[in-house]
Design a protein around this ligand. Structure first.
Ligand code: OGA
Ligand code: NI
Length: 372
């Protein structure tokens, strides 16, 4: 299978709805209460705007592969251990594009607190929460809450609400954040930034480069933190929590709660990413795939809807998508050769982001658009 086929998993845009979808989306959007609002109002059936073109198979009987778990204990003290970890990171990012980390330096207490902060944001009084609801990403509001960033662009509507906050390079003032998650979002972001820097050092070394290489390129210059809320769903097979996609980041550090539902596409099958207490999931995003000329893969993943819920997760995207910068990215020269010529055009993160957001999550990787 050639890469371009691999990147097109399900082109959901092929089916056109036979109802006034735009009008129904607008009614939903204008409630400013998200999917949680529907569930709170007692819906017992999934409204048609959320229906998948074909039902989701929730009873996958295939034997499951296991995503790698990497223990980060000792990487800064023990050079032999560090080398081992670098090899594990290399192997995980070349194959799965995903791994879990344990002993990652962030305490279970902070992990629990940030999940609780996200839950508390969503469980606020709806009238208070509505003040944060917007589709304006210009930065006027430091925290942007809505349901489905691609509501009007994407062919599939997710059973999920999300808030987004840009935490670096220009962190918000605490008073610009909602009270229920204010302090813990600031604290968690600081700790996630440290972990991201350590990981980018390991990833640089896994590429045979100087430890500072990716940091000097600006891979940790920007951080966006997303708090997702997946309400319980009365008919989970009819819809999806998060549509198949790859991330518009260099790397993403993901914290999920105990419920599960995240799946990654590897070796032609969907594999569960099981919750592990204290673990953080790390995955390569599109920008890492681009600058490594496909050595590291930005894998397709999705979150299924579930009768059990709500599920919350916190996704930390290393990206400068919200920042004015003219830095240009292309496959790293040191990794290229006559046998491995550059596969991608030169891009700025802004132009990639613009294309990604306008296209929405339609099951087709945005990377295809930037291939030579
Ligand atoms: C994402 C993502 C998965 C999850 O934010 O890009 O894939 O479990 N999230 O919420
Ligand atoms: Ni993702």
């Amino acid at each position: 299978m050639v890469l371009s086929e691999k990147l097109v998993l399900s082109d959901a845009s092929a089916q056109l709805p036979d109802y006034d979808r735009k009008a129904e989306l607008t009614v939903f959007d204008e409630t400013k209460a998200g999917v949680k609002g529907l569930v709170d109002s007692g819906v017992t059936e999934v409204p048609r705007i959320f229906h998948l073109p074909s039902p989701e198979n929730l009873n996958n009987e295939q034997p499951q592969l296991t995503i790698p778990t990497i223990d980060l204990q000792g990487i800064n003290e023990d050079p032999i251990r560090r080398k081992e970890v670098i090899r594990q990171v290399e192997s995980a990012l070349e194959s799965w594009g995903f791994f879990q980390t344990v002993n990652n330096g962030i305490s279970v207490n902070v992990l629990d607190e940030v999940l609780k902060g996200v839950m508390d944001f969503y469980e606020q009084d709806t009238e208070v929460k509505k003040q944060w609801y917007t589709r304006d990403r210009s930065g006027k509001m430091r925290l942007v809450y809505n349901s489905n960033f691609d509501l009007y662009a994407g062919p599939v509507t997710n059973w999920r609400d999300t808030f987004y906050c840009n935490m670096a390079p220009n962190p918000p003032q605490p008073h610009e954040l909602p009270l229920p998650c204010r302090d813990i979002l600031m604290e968690y972001s600081t700790q996630v930034m440290k972990l991201g820097i350590s990981l980018l050092e390991l990833i640089s070394e896994a590429l045979g480069l100087d430890p500072n290489y990716l940091l000097d390129m600006g891979c940790a210059d920007g951080l966006g933190v997303l708090g997702h809320y997946y309400p319980s769903c009365p008919q989970p097979e009819l819809t999806i929590g998060a549509q198949v996609h790859t991330d518009n980041s260099f790397i993403t550090i993901l914290l999920q709660d105990h419920i599960g539902g995240l799946k990654v596409f590897y070796q032609n099958q969907w594999t569960d990413v099981p919750p592990i207490p204290g673990a953080l999931i790390v995955n390569a995003g599109d920008y890492l795939q681009l600058i490594t000329n496909d050595k590291f893969v930005s894998s397709q993943h999705k979150v299924v809807a579930n009768k059990v819920g709500p599920r919350v997760s916190v996704a930390s995207f290393f990206t400068t998508g919200q920042t004015e910068t003219s830095k240009v990215y292309e496959p790293i020269g040191e990794l290229l050769s006559e046998d491995n010529p550059s596969k991608y055009k030169r891009i700025t993160i802004k132009e990639y982001e613009k294309y990604y957001l306008a296209k929405g999550l339609d099951g087709v990787s945005a990377l295809l658009h930037f291939m030579i």
